[in-house]
Design a protein around this ligand. Sequence first.
Ligand SMILES: [Zn+2]
Length: 270
Amino acid sequence: MIIGDSETVSSYKNQWDRFFDKFGYRDKITKIRDFYPDQKSLLIPYQEIANFDNDFASSLKENPAICIRAGEDLIKSFLESTKDFESKRINIRITNLPEKDCNVEIRDIRSDRIGKLISVSGIVRKNTEVLPRIQLAVFQCSKCASLTALEQSRGKLEEPVKCESCGEERPKVRFKLMPELCEFVDYQKIELQENPETIEGGAQPQRISVVLEDDITGFIFPGDRITIDGILMSEQKRSGNLMLTEFITHLYALNFSKETKEVETLNITP
Ligand SMILES: [Zn+2]
């Protein structure tokens, strides 16, 4: 889980709150709630946020993971306070990123883009099946048998340090994962290769891995020409148990569009 310092997060939440009010998003959010889980995402064009507040739009571009997360948490608490609603997550998906700042060729992606919003085009070479990933893990304490829930990021399963009920800590107690109580999200990985017309001479085409989650999985196939808006993420390389100093990058998709024909990928009422 990515956490910003609490001051930053609460200032983002305030901004989202004002933005949702001013641009009529409260109604859209309650509509999504009414159609959940057929609808799971709130689409927001980047330009609307820039029209609302340029500084906030810059924060979104520079610090998207924490900023979007703050907005999603705000939506969650808003929905929980209005009506009996299972505390499921609604995704914020930013669309129409500004070309000048965000468009980048796969071969030109450098470390200064890590953590930022980018937009990348190419041809899909491979896709994985859509598989479940644990989003909220539930563990049982070996001492008192009570349950502790822990939100999970992608990668290694994180166990609780301490039992919320008896207060005992690892390794004095052990925590057993309870798969039947966990919440899962759909997860898919694709390999995106740069468009041949952007490659000069006999250069090898370069690729980037893209991770898609939840309601945007299952729509992309090898051969598709697509543009993905997302967040450039980095992961530390490892050799066995040793963590290395090099990192590999992948793109965490916020949304995608297919070329050649207009495909309505998400069924959101305007
Ligand atoms: Zn316990």
